[in-house]
Structure formats: C-alpha cells, structure tokens
Ligand binder design. Structure first.
Ligand code: SF4
Length: 95
C-alpha cells in the first residue's frame, strides 16, 4: 500500500506536473480496462471507481492516464471500470 493522503484538498493542490513524476505506468500497476463492464454498477466488485486512489471522473492518484495497459491499449484515462494490482477498497463508494 502506498502511503498517500487522499483528502480532496490535498490531491487538488498538487500541480499535475508534480504528480506525474511520482505516478506508476499502467503496465507496472497491472492496470487493465474492462470495456465489457462499462455499464455495470461500479459500486460493487473490483473497479477503479470504488478504489481509494480513484479521482473522479477518470484519473488515478498513483497510476498515469497515459500509456498502454496490460492489453496494450492506450485509452488516455483511468476508467471507472478499470482495475489494477494496487486496488484498495473505498468504503464510502462500496455497496
Ligand atoms: S485500481 Fe485504484 S490504484 Fe489501480 S488504477 Fe484503479 S484507481 Fe488507481
């Protein structure tokens, strides 16, 4: 687990350039975007949407938007219906 303050004020105050330097690539994090779950309820199951690191609507605090995922697809975002090896439950979003 990465020790990072996830309060909204904190993440919003980090300049994008600074956070980019610290973020992991999608492949390193084993990120995969599961388009087949695009229309699922993202409050239930393992999805970026209910991960503590997810930044609505389509970013992650610790994984970059850019670059290919494990399927070699570059979507340019962290989708709510993605998942990676660093997933940690966000109890406020889980049902
Ligand atoms: S599962 Fe969590 S840590 Fe991994 S990419 Fe999605 S939001 Fe980021």
């Amino acid at each position: 687990m990465v020790n990072i303050d996830m309060s909204k004020d904190f993440t919003q105050n980090i300049p994008q350039e600074a956070t980019k330097l610290k973020k992991l690539s999608k492949v390193t994090a084993r990120y995969m975007q599961m388009d087949e779950f695009k229309d699922s309820d993202h409050h239930t199951g393992y999805f970026c949407y209910n991960c503590v690191y997810f930044m609505k609507p389509n970013h992650c605090a610790i994984v970059t938007d850019e670059g290919p995922d494990v399927y070699d697809k570059s979507s340019g975002e962290i989708a709510p219906y993605g998942i990676c090896a660093l997933w940690e439950p966000n109890k406020e979003e889980m049902r």
